[in-house]
Ligand binder design. Sequence first.
Ligand code: FMN
Length: 174
Amino acid sequence: MDFLEIARERQSCRAYDPTRQVEQEKLDAILEAARLAPSACNGQPYHLTVCRGEAAKAVAKATMGMGMNKFAAEAPVLIVISEEPYVKTAALGAKVKGNDYRSIDIGIAAAYLTAEAAAQGLGTCILGWLDDEKIRGICGLSRPVRLVVTVGYPADKPRGKKRKSIDELVSVVE
Ligand SMILES: Cc1cc2nc3c(=O)[nH]c(=O)nc-3n(C[C@H](O)[C@H](O)[C@H](O)COP(=O)(O)O)c2cc1C
């Protein structure tokens, strides 16, 4: 698959096959894609915690507040993305330019990870609705949890994309 095919194919997977485990080689590939993601000043201000088994169930529960994200319970793997401190140059840049590079970097890492998962035939869903304190406790983390990504074999159908048109999305200035 070329990248555009992956971008078209990836979708937020909200139904998982509970009988299929994620092979370690596939998990390694998606983690490697996240490792290769670009970040401000190459600071890589994030940490990934892979949760399986009971830890996965507990983290899934911590994304289900107010009836949200029930499907997370079926995903065999959950990847918790927590924030790490800035490197000095990125901290300076963020302050001078008033820009939140860490959130941007975490989003890019999640995009790489989920794109590679799609290339591996896996389903993922990025979850931003989560209980930071509970997940920190489960994973033994001292820094803020920003995203959780569910990973597993999809049991849902392709939906097609709802997106802004290119004209809405893009303007050109010369
Ligand atoms: C930062 C972020 C947070 C998200 N949080 C959730 C979430 O908590 N629950 C959920 O079901 N989907 C969540 N999503 C998935 C979006 O709803 C989804 O990407 C969007 O509707 C586009 O659909 P698609 O991913 O299927 O193309 C999140 C996506 C992003 C990027």
